[in-house]
Ligand binder design. Structure first.
Ligand SMILES: C[S@@+](CC[C@H](N)C(=O)[O-])C[C@H]1O[C@@H](n2cnc3c(N)ncnc32)[C@H](O)[C@@H]1O
Length: 291
C-alpha cells in the first residue's frame, strides 16, 4: 500500500470524478428522503496542495495545475462545473488560503465534498485502509456530524452497509489500482452490492492506461446483468502519447435519470479545457441503456 493521493489531488481525474460526484449528490437530494453515502476508498479528506510536490523522498511535479488549476480562473464555466468549483473555492478559503487569486491551496477530497452538501437526513460511511490517511480523515471530519469512519478494507466493509436503513445509497469506489486484481475486486464488490441492494447508485473510478483491460472490465460488469449503467471517459492526450495515464473513466450504475444528458455539455467543455495534447476528448458508453 504505497499509494498516496496527495500527489494526484486536484488533477484532471479528480476534477471529473468530483464534478460528477457533486452532481449525483444533488440529484439524489431531489428526493426528500435521506440517503447513505459510502466511500470505499476515502483518502484523507483534505489535501494541502502546497505540499503536493514533496514525496517521501522524491520531488514531484504537482498535478493540480493541469486539473483544478485550469478551472480556477475561468469565467465561462458551465453551470455544473461552476457548482463544483464554487464548493472547492469556499473550502479553500475556509481553510485560510491567503492568496486565492493565484490558485487553490487546500483541496477537498471526495468525503469532504459530499459532507459539504449533505442534509441532516443524509449519512456518510467512510473506509480508508491506510492508517495515516485514516487518521488524517478522522481529524478532518472530527467536528462534522453524521460521519462514520473505519480504518478498514472498503471492499469487504461495504458488505456491512447494504441495504442501508435509509433504503437509498450512493457508493463511490475509487481504488488506487496498484494491485493487479483491482478490477476483479471491483466487479466482485459490485455484484455483491447489487445483490444486497439492487437500486444502489454506484460510481466506480478507473484509469485509462490500457484500453484492453478496460474493455475486459466492461465485459465482466455486463455479465452481472446490470441495471442501467454508463461510463464517462475523458482523455487528455491521444493513444500514442508517452503519458502513462491518458485519461480516466467513471462507471455509473443506476445513474439518476438523464444524468448523461446533464453531464454532456460539461464533459465536452472539460475535454477541451483539460487537454494536454491533441487527442483530448470525452465519450459516453452505455453498458446497459435506460429504458
Ligand atoms: C484514489 S485514493 C481516494 C481518493 C478519494 N476517494 C477522493 O476522491 O478524494 C485511494 C485511497 O484508497 C486507500 N486504499 C487502498 N486500498 C484500500 C482498501 N482496500 N480499502 C480502503 N482504502 C484503501 C488508499 O490509502 C488511498 O487513500
Amino acid at each position: 500500500m504505497n499509494y498516496r493521493h496527495h500527489f494526484h489531488a486536484g488533477n484532471f481525474a479528480d476534477v471529473v470524478k468530483h464534478a460528477v460526484l457533486v452532481r449525483v449528490v444533488r440529484a439524489m437530494q431531489r428526493k426528500e428522503r435521506g440517503f447513505l453515502y459510502v466511500d470505499t476508498h476515502a483518502g484523507r479528506g483534505r489535501y494541502d496542495l502546497a505540499t503536493a510536490a514533496r514525496g517521501d523522498s522524491l520531488e514531484r511535479t504537482p498535478e493540480w495545475p493541469a486539473g483544478i488549476g485550469r478551472l480556477w480562473v475561468r469565467q465561462d464555466l458551465p453551470e455544473l462545473l461552476a457548482d463544483y468549483v464554487a464548493l472547492v473555492k469556499t473550502y479553500d478559503q475556509q481553510l485560510g488560503n491567503l492568496e486565492p487569486g493565484t490558485g487553490p491551496r487546500f483541496y477537498p477530497g471526495s468525503p469532504r465534498l459530499v459532507r459539504e452538501l449533505t442534509r441532516p437526513q443524509d449519512r456518510l460511511s467512510l473506509f480508508e485502509k491506510h492508517p495515516e490517511e485514516a487518521e488524517a480523515l478522522r481529524i478532518e471530519m472530527l467536528r462534522l456530524g453524521a460521519v462514520g469512519i473505519q480504518e478498514a478494507d472498503g471492499y469487504s466493509g461495504l458488505r456491512g452497509q447494504l441495504p442501508a436503513k435509509e433504503k437509498r445509497a450512493l457508493v463511490l469506489i475509487d481504488p488506487p489500482f496498484e494491485a493487479q486484481d483491482e478490477f476483479v475486486q471491483v466487479v466482485r464488490t459490485v455484484a455483491d452490492a447489487l445483490r444486497r441492494a439492487p437500486a444502489t447508485t454506484l460510481m466506480i473510478w478507473y484509469p485509462l492506461t490500457e484500453r484492453a483491460r478496460v474493455d475486459a472490465f466492461f465485459d465482466d460488469l455486463r455479465q452481472l446483468g446490470l441495471p442501467p449503467t454508463f461510463a464517462l471517459e475523458l482523455t487528455v492526450v491521444g493513444p500514442a502519447h508517452a503519458l502513462k495515464m491518458k485519461g480516466s473513466g467513471l462507471v455509473v450504475i443506476n445513474p439518476p435519470w438523464k444524468l448523461d444528458q446533464e453531464l454532456a455539455p460539461a464533459a465536452r467543455w472539460l475535454a477541451e479545457a483539460l487537454a494536454q495534447d491533441a487527442g483530448g476528448r470525452a465519450e459516453f458508453y452505455w453498458l446497459v441503456r435506460e429504458s
